[in-house]
Design a protein around this ligand. Structure first.
Ligand code: SF4
Length: 367
């Protein structure tokens, strides 16, 4: 795996910077302002994306802010330029979902992923602009999805991983009715400066317990656990080298103003005296395909690729991780060519160790 691929597998789009919630761990800098994406930005992105979607599976992920805060009419206008082969997803806090939004998702073939952190008492960080709990509103949105028979994914942020929590979390999501679950240990990035270093034993035990809970009733696709098991199986088969892509997926984020930030949506909207605004171009002046063809010339991207090579030569987890995320390096280490971060310890190293710990604890006596 060397350098960036010229064609991504998906594009992240920011229909508005606004979010109607004000979660304590949010990384977004302009979430109180409603800066909306003009339709010409979507038209410019679609001009590159439509041929990619004809050639192979391709997704547009409408992210935010809160993408539903852009309103149905505006979101429909932004979706309109994309061809029928393009798959659409929204990552939403669910608080605005009602019958009308469910009809919209059906009409436009939009797949929904809901952000919720588990049972009510685990959602203390998810609050309204007035500081009140958002949990009941989130559940009302989920109830609407279920009423309409719409499948949905869920994304949970875990602030302090600790024993007992993983089983509680998994059982909660079994009851919620999602079919895919992603679990993120909270990250220090963007405007969220909260410390994300944790006791290694607690984090490893958290992941091991999550594997055990999932194996008891594997009804949900559990993203992190399935990645780890796929990697472990590939190591045993001697095919682990085939798991990492030959080139890194650039994962372009198109900001509300058309600016393109590769690799990490979390960098969009920030500036730094050394790296400028992190963007590699703007779709209003340059086609997205052309921006991506030259994105590895963006100065910070070159520094990040040097960091990936440093990981390759120094980290035993590289085959699983592939070199980590640009935003975590920048916000934790202040630059892109460092290696280990608290994020990669929490979400890669201790994850893999947790899966192995679970396997060791459950091996048969004859093995
Ligand atoms: S686990 Fe951390 S140090 Fe290792 S390859 Fe990934 S980012 Fe680099």
């Amino acid at each position: 795996m060397r350098g960036l691929a010229a064609v991504p597998s998906y594009v992240v789009m920011q229909p508005t910077t606004l979010c109607n919630l004000d979660c304590a761990y949010c990384y977004l800098p302009f979430r109180a302002a409603d800066r909306r994406m003009p339709v010409p930005v979507a038209e410019a992105v679609a001009a590159s994306v439509n041929p990619w979607a004809v050639a192979g599976r391709f997704s547009v992920v409408w992210h935010g802010g809160e993408p539903l805060a852009a309103g149905r009419e505006h979101l429909a206008a932004l979706i309109a330029p994309f061809g029928p082969e393009v798959e659409h997803h929204v990552q939403t806090n669910a608080t605005l979902i009602d019958d009308a939004w469910c009809a919209f998702f059906v009409e436009h073939g939009v797949r929904v992923s809901v952000s919720v952190d588990g049972p009510r008492e685990r959602n203390g960080d998810r609050v309204t602009r007035g500081g009140g709990p958002a949990y009941d509103r989130i559940l009302r949105g989920v109830a609407a999805l279920r009423r309409h028979g719409l499948p949905f994914s869920a994304l949970a942020v875990v602030g302090r991983p600790e024993p007992g929590q993983a089983t509680e979390l998994y059982d909660y999501f079994l009851g919620l009715g999602c079919d895919v679950l992603g679990v993120n240990i909270e990250e220090t990035e963007g405007v969220n400066l909260r410390d994300n270093s944790h006791d290694a034993r607690l984090v490893t035990a958290f992941w091991a317990e999550l594997v055990a809970a999932w194996r008891r009733e594997p009804r949900i696709h559990l993203r992190e656990v399935e990645w780890s098991l796929r990697y472990a199986a590939a190591v045993l088969d001697g095919t682990a080298d085939d798991l990492l892509p030959r080139r890194l997926d650039p994962i372009p984020t198109v900001g509300h103003d058309g600016s393109v930030t590769v690799l990490s949506p979390e960098l969009a909207g920030f500036t730094d005296v050394r790296y400028g605004d992190f963007s590699s171009g703007n779709v209003l002046t340059t086609p997205l395909a052309e921006i991506l063809a030259h994105a590895d010339r963006t100065p910070w991207v070159g520094e990040f690729l040097a960091g990936v090579e440093a990981c390759r030569s120094s980290c035993p987890y590289f085959g699983f991780c592939g070199g980590g995320h640009a935003a975590n390096r920048y916000f934790e280490l202040g630059r892109f060519d460092g290696t280990q971060t608290a994020h990669c310890r929490n979400s890669k190293i201790h994850l893999l160790e947790g899966v192995l710990e679970h396997a060791r604890d459950h091996q048969s006596p004859a093995a």
